[in-house]
Ligand binder design. Sequence first.
Ligand code: TEU
Length: 582
Amino acid sequence: VGKEPWWKAATFYQVYPASFKDSNGDGWGDIPGLISKMDYLHELGIDVVWLSPVFESPQADMGYDVSDYQKIYAPYGTVENIDELVEVCHSRGIKLILDLVVNHTSIEHEWFKESRSSKDNPKRDWYIWKPARYDAQGNRMPPTNWRGYFAGPTWTWDEHTQEYYLHLYAPDQPDLNWESEECREAIYDNTMRFWLERGVDGFRIDTVNKYSKRTEYVDAPVTDPNSPHQPAPEMWCNGPRIHEFIREMREKALAPYGAVSVGELSNTPHPSQVVPYVSAAAKELDMVFEFSMIRLGTGGMFGPKYHFVPFSLRQLKTLVARWQTFVEGTDAWTTVFCENHDNGRAVSRFGDCSSAELWRASAKALALWQATLTGTLFLYQGQEIGMTNMPAAWGIDEYKDVESRSFYAEAQASEDASSALEKTMHGLRILARDHSRIPFQWDDSANAGFAEEGAKTWMRVHDDYKKVNAEKQAADPDSVLSFYKTVLKMRKSPRLRDLFVFGNFRLREEADDEAIFAYVKEEQVEEEEEKEKRKESAGEEESGENGTDIQERPGKRRKISSAPKRTTTRRRAFVVLNFSKE
Ligand code: TEU
């Protein structure tokens, strides 16, 4: 694997804007708030900010339901604020990527309004419309029996034009029809070129493997006899034209701008399915997020997602090893992450927060683990201060997410409601998307410094913010935050980068051990390069400084040769994470 382009060794940081920093007292984070914290991010040592959606939206799914791709949702700020953000980021050597949500729009988008206005509207086929079916009694039924991601069917009936439209997520999020070339062109132009022209550096691409659906629109096999709606991801994930669509998107909208891309790849658990998306030669995506590890503990992507299934350290190790090594011998690249806005906090899921000492040790172990893995590293806001899940005592009213709400409502409506609710609440306490969405804990002032005193924050501030906050940790050399700064520097230092970011991962034979997670990172060098290196004087080899410069050192590029390259191991690091309480 080559060491360029730049994004391979970069550290990305995801900002969930509603919860990062509020600057105007409305209890909702905003772009000026984010700008005011750029020094904090710079000091942390990150290279790229990934900003979750800030576009115009009715917020049915926190902005993953866009009603206008060229406008900013007013509580976040304005398009000019984004211009300023680009400038402020770039002036610190930080890049900015936005979230591209183009599998679906909001029901409020003009495109959908036109599409639903009549069957012969020119934009009718920009969305996926199908006629009803009727059962033997003449009752109207959706075109297929599919179950959506947020519980319930994937189809909603439109009275006006007497057809159903498809939505893999909420009914407020109708799926765009990528089979329409005109629609694809509008996506490239209206959403992608518009922001790239303004200077953003690329996109995190939402639900990137769902643009091409199977076109037969047939029922999925019945796996849940108690439900009219059946899991059917094979009907819409990695469909027949998916690679063609993504190549086209890259060629027409990403490549001309040199934009970086990282796509979200759910329901794609086999390395052989993933490689085609991220092989350099395929010219599709730069990177993807594969979800096997982050889904540990969920009852499944469908059905009882929030019926928590305990998992072993062994399962975790196996999955990490698979996704660390799958790129070896290919020209593909991998990513490293353990948190995002769709999952519970890593320290609560994989660590132990039963005492302050164990919490701190767990958060640091996670930091060391992430910083020593191969691939591009992604952090999620608050991970660097060890933010935990919401307190277990908080009730369902504190859970605001459409997914949590839908699964809770489904449990409530089920025949055995009390047991279903108990199981669902237990799962939500560990896994809900809400945990990562509560306000960032900046300091010990009112509202954790996220919003001014007296402001009503859109989600409740964690009870523990006086103990866990960025200001306190910045002043403490032994804190989780200080530890993150150290390991991020280590990861990128010229001496260790080739070992941690680019090295080979080898799980140790202790794979069965339920307390120890041990692995070796091996720095591979081509034999020829190794010989050259030896010839160079030791002093010249590396400066040893921990700068933020992530460009390749000039003159150190590998020679391109058609002969197979012989590699040798130059250095090894032995990483041992001890999960026992002793
Ligand atoms: O998520 C896509 C997705 O399918 C899941 O990985 C998601 O975590 C969901 O909880 C599945 O049950 C993306 C966004 O990250 C998510 O926030 C959005 O809700 C979703 O797309 C729809 O746009």
